[in-house]
Ligand binder design. Structure first.
Ligand code: DGL
Length: 465
């Protein structure tokens, strides 16, 4: 037992039976959720507490002593505040820096640690070349180097630090063309060197497994340790007589050391005004999920809002990316298609459905709907091509005000009505005459949206002309 070792006393007066207490998990951020998910699938009766140390993410290139201190703090919280019966260090970097220290300091508490699965990869590899993706901290740790020396002596192991993957996952970006480009940059050299096994030695990386598998095809197998770690955790619980009684009402608690960023969905957020709004909000500290109807560069969610279930799919995708409902929605996507039915769905039905989902999921949500200044003056739209578009926008305006009243106290709903805005690309200036001489910019529209999101107004319309 190391210096300062003491048997850790569980807080008194908490959960009575030790085996009904939760299992604690921590990681530098959301990476370890893949381990948590695997564990919850395997042990549905177990309560869990997941602590994301997002205030200190990333751990990967911090000094080992610093990571050990952070890991100790996380452990102390999980044991002290939640009375956890076991701790899963759902982070390779923290395991490398701290597992021995934690076991010594919190004697009596079972710990599960993670290290890159070099052994099974080396044993399975036919090409005798194995790629390992992890952080610098993991690669410099004793565990990794001992395992490699012991089990991979006859195998070429290519260690690759991929810190940018951690950043992607923290931003909730796990698919799409941009993500694929970043991931490919790390994988292709491993594949070119003949690696037929790629070990995910950082718990953030299984979140990118879909993209990786697409890139590797049948050239290499991705080794994701999540299920094996979950099985090991179950085994240790059973060995210690700590498994939860079956039928136990299992809780799933998630906490973070960082104040949570407010998250907003911007439909049609990868081009034109939608992009300007999304960029503006991202620059002001919002966590932005951009949606598009196709797999555009920069789209976090691909959703077809002309489909009947398009809005529901979009909302579900946002919840699964965020791990919770978004705080706000900007209904920006709009079209004027020959297909009036599709136009109506995209411009009206889907925004309405998204507002309803947000109102149902949140206690203080905000929706901003982008209308069109033209519908504010009561002129009938005479151009046939724009008739369905304008009618839908007009109804959306009425529906915004209606939603604000119906969901008062739970959802603020406002509308921004741009005039002839010259978008950054895609339109010809001459086609959009300006009545006032001054043409509002996409930035003006974005600022109006932000004012509504940040303020406390509801049931208001702001014309940006
Ligand atoms: N998820 C962590 C790991 O497994 C570390 C990521 C980081 O914070 O750098 O190594």
């Amino acid at each position: 037992m190391g210096e300062g070792a003491a048997r850790f006393d569980f807080p008194r007066g908490g959960v009575a039976a030790p085996n009904a207490r939760p299992v604690g998990f921590f990681d530098s951020g959301r990476g370890g959720v893949c381990i948590l998910d695997a564990f919850r699938r395997l042990c549905p009766d177990e309560s869990t507490v997941y602590l994301a140390d997002s205030a200190h993410c990333p751990y990967g290139n911090r000094e080992s002593a610093e990571v050990a201190a952070l890991a100790e703090e996380c452990t102390r919280r999980l044991l002290g505040e939640y009375g956890c019966k076991m701790i899963v260090v759902a982070c390779n970097t923290a395991t490398a820096a701290a597992i021995d220290i934690l076991r010594a300091k919190f004697a009596g508490v079972p710990f599960i640690g993670l290290e890159p699965a070099v052994k099974p990869a080396a044993m399975d590899s036919r090409s005798l070349v194995v790629g390992v993706l992890a952080t610098a901290g993991t690669f410099s740790g004793r565990l990794y180097n001992e395992t490699k020396a012991k089990f991979a002596r006859d195998v070429t192991v290519i260690a690759t630090v991929a810190d940018e993957f951690v950043e992607l996952v923290e931003q909730g970006r796990t698919d799409g063309a941009d993500v694929e480009r970043v991931v490919r940059r790390r994988l292709e050299p491993l594949l070119a060197a003949g690696a037929d096994r790629i070990v995910l030695g950082c718990t953030h990386f299984p979140h990118l497994k879909g993209v990786m598998e697409r890139i590797c095809g049948d050239r290499a197998k991705i080794i994701d340790p999540s299920d094996a770690v979950a099985r090991q955790a179950r085994r240790v619980l059973e060995e210690n007589g700590l498994a939860a009684p079956s039928g136990h009402d299992a809780a799933d608690i998630r906490i973070s050391t960082a104040a949570q960023l407010r998250a907003v969905v911007v439909t049609g957020g990868v081009r034109r005004i939608g992009k300007a709004i999304a960029d503006h909000l991202a620059a002001r500290g919002w966590r932005v999920l951009r949606t598009s109807h196709r797999a555009d560069a920069g789209a976090d969610i691909v959703a077809d809002l002309s489909a009947e279930d398009g809005a529901d799919r979009l909302f579900d995708a946002a919840v699964s990316l965020l791990g919770r409902a978004p705080d706000a929605i900007v209904n920006n996507a709009a079209v004027y298609l020959a297909d009036e039915e599709a136009t109506r769905r995209i411009n009206l039905a889907s925004p309405l459905r998204l507002m309803e989902r947000l109102a149902a999921a949140s206690d203080c949500g905000a929706a901003v709907n982008i209308i069109d200044a033209a519908v504010l003056d009561d002129r009938e739209e005479t151009r046939p091509r724009l008739r369905a578009y304008a009618a839908a926008k007009r109804e959306l305006l009425a529906a915004t005000l209606d939603a604000a009243t119906r969901h008062a106290g739970r959802l603020r709903a406002n509308a921004v009505a741009p005039g002839s805005v010259l978008p950054p690309e895609g339109f010809h200036e001459k086609a959009m005459p300006s009545a006032t001489g001054r043409r509002p910019t996409p930035g003006d529209v974005a600022a109006a949206v932000e004012r509504f999101l940040a303020g406390d107004a509801s049931s208001q319309v702001e014309a940006v002309v």
